[in-house]
Design a protein around this ligand. Structure first.
Ligand code: UDP
Length: 577
């Protein structure tokens, strides 16, 4: 099969233009002269070869078989690992994990030690998450100097400045997550930190307890506690603080909320500590120094005869779980502290992308009960198979070393190889490579401009265009109308079934976004990265309602985004006028 040449890249996988542009810029290996040295398919082979090396330890001579199996599935875009695996496999930067959580204790040694570690991790393309909750508040005593502490928000700016400097040299911006507990005395400053400008490398989330949420509903008081002394320093109105959070989220999209009680109810290793933070996009709650390798199944590749092909999906889950378990063993950790925790709990995160494409192709509107049911069913199958695959690996390779201390022990189930199996990543770049919709998100628009690597690429949803051509209603006039609004629900000459099936993010009421997130979360071990999109004219009260509903729906965290709230969106409508 001859590879086509696109942007000077041999593209044997026949990927979309924007995918090839990104791969060329950041993923494909280069020779000593800086020339691209592999085709798109060869990139997949490199990843497969590197990861399958782990198989040799269990069954000498077996690696080749797995190289072929992994490679075939990657080349077919049935699943893809997170970007660091695609970029770093088989290179001197050996880190393959997408996300890490690092500790921040209340000392300069801890804070700046972690800052140094973060630099190395960002250089390798991983995202980092931190809880700032243990740092003493602004104005608190500093014994060694007799001075006053500068507080979590000031250190947050230092981390952001460091990320900014690093972003200029790295292949991918290392995103970060900052979490602060809702009881921290500096919570108000933290809530407003992003709306005030800056902190571009951070998502920020407030860690809220069930107790706080109940106080919001009852309109009662809420205590702020100095983490250094354990003493309450103030009592404020819970509702007032919650409204501040919602107003800030209205302005900038931040802060999101993290429901730590829910997260810790699902913590597979409570004896190792209470989870206080997640990775940047929220899909993986982790203990300090834990990391996670992600991969996502491309649901759009598992359709046959107008239905989900569960047989093939099951087989792909088994292959992807094995792949991820192997990744742990061949990943090289740039800081020693990450090694032991990665092997002790062997957490991985298998998720999905292309849900919206699957639904559209099957003619099911995203904002409908059948869509919610199908998504739940698909994730339930993935979850069940992933656990069975991990149990089978445990039978061959042994359970994860902390298994006896985990909440799975004594449940009468077969031991697992991995303390955590599933997680829904945003798949920002890998969905672009696979040419499908990201994660479990609805389509952004049917016509949009992708702002990527300093270019502006106009794109029309390829499935919509193909369907419109096949059914004979594609026209220049339709294209122009699409460019104007990005949507088809209100275009009369598009058949009604197509209009409802190709619904876009901003047309979907926020409560349906949340319903989807909650339905998926019920069948996912870790968490779900999902943005609740809101139209530009949404109010702070709308955000308040969705934040409360999210807590009641028992999801692990919530993120909203009001269209246009931030400059530099990745996708914008083609014709904003
Ligand atoms: N991430 C990051 N920088 C980025 C995008 C992602 O550090 O620019 C990390 C972050 O931890 C995020 C995880 O990678 O939660 C997965 O993100 P995504 O699925 O979008 O990554 P992809 O593998 O598609 O590049």
């Amino acid at each position: 099969r001859r590879a086509k040449l696109l942007l000077g890249v041999r593209d044997d996988l026949k990927l979309p233009l924007s995918a090839v542009a990104v791969l060329k810029e950041r993923y494909l290996l280069r020779d000593d002269h800086g020339r691209v040295a592999e085709s798109t398919g060869e990139m997949m082979d490199r990843v497969a070869r590197h990861v399958a090396q782990a198989e040799e330890a269990w069954s000498p001579g077996s690696a080749q078989r797995w190289v072929e199996a992994f490679s075939r599935s990657l080349r077919r875009l049935e699943f893809l690992p997170n970007s660091p695996t695609l970029m770093n496999a088989g290179t001197s930067l050996g880190l393959l994990s997408g996300c890490v959580v690092l500790p921040l204790e209340d000392s300069l040694v801890s804070i700046f030690g972690t800052l140094g570690h973060a630099a190395l991790l960002h250089q390798a393309g991983a995202g980092t998450g931190y809880s700032f909750s243990r740092l003493r508040p602004r104005g608190d005593a500093v014994a060694s100097t007799g001075g006053a502490a500068s507080g979590p928000v000031s250190f947050l700016s230092v981390f952001d400045a460091a990320a900014d400097v690093l972003a200029q040299g790295g292949r991918r911006r290392g995103a970060s997550m900052a979490v602060l507990d809702v009881s921290h005395p500096d919570i108000v400053d933290f809530v407003q930190a992003k709306a005030a400008g800056g902190l571009e490398h951070f998502n920020v989330s407030v860690a809220v307890s069930d107790r706080f949420m109940r106080a919001v509903l009852r309109g009662t008081g809420h205590r702020l506690v100095n983490p250094r002394t354990g003493k309450a320093v103030a009592r404020i109105d819970a509702t007032e603080l919650f409204d501040r959070i919602c107003r800030a989220a209205w302005r900038s999209g931040d802060p999101g909320l993290l429901f730590l009680d829910r997260i810790n109810q699902a913590n597979p290793l409570p004896s190792s500590g209470r989870i206080e933070a997640t990775n940047p996009c929220g899909e993986v709650p982790l203990l300090p120094y834990e990391s996670c390798n992600l991969a996502s199944l491309n649901l759009a590749r598992f359709i046959s005869g107008g239905q989900v092909d569960f047989e093939r999906l099951r087989a792909a889950v088994w292959l992807a779980v094995r792949f991820l378990d192997d990744v742990i063993d061949v990943s090289r950790y740039p800081i020693r502290e990450l090694e032991r925790p990665a092997h002790d709990s062997r957490k991985v995160g298998l998720g999905v992308m292309g849900l919206a494409e699957l639904l559209a192709v099957l003619g099911i509107p995203y904002d409908s009960e059948p869509a919610i049911r199908l998504a739940g069913r698909v994730l339930a199958v993935i979850e069940k198979e992933a656990h069975q695959a991990s149990a089978e690996l445990a039978a061959q390779r042994g359970p994860f070393p902390l298994y006896q201390h985990s909440r799975y022990a004594g449940q009468g189930t077969r031991p697992l190889r991995n303390a955590q199996l599933t997680s829904i990543a945003p798949t920002g770049t890998i969905s672009l490579i696979a040419g499908t919709t990201s994660g479990i998100e609805p389509m952004f628009a049917l016509s949009y401009v992708r702002h990527i690597l300093g270019r502006q690429l106009p794109e029309v949803n390829p499935h919509f265009e193909r369907l419109a051509r096949d059914r004979g209603f594609w026209s220049d006039q339709l294209r122009a109308e699409l460019d104007r609004t990005g949507m088809v629900r209100q275009i009369p000459h598009v058949p009604p079934d197509v209009r409802t099936a190709f619904v876009t993010a901003l047309e979907i009421p926020p409560e349906w976004h949340l319903k989807m997130q909650a339905a998926v979360q019920r069948h996912v071990d870790a968490a779900v990265a999902k943005t609740i999109n809101l139209p530009e004219q949404a109010t702070a009260a709308d955000i308040r309602a969705i934040y409360l509903a999210a807590w009641q729906a028992r999801v692990k965290g919530i993120t909203v985004y009001r269209y246009g709230a931030r400059p530099g969106q990745v996708l914008t409508l083609a014709d904003p006028g």
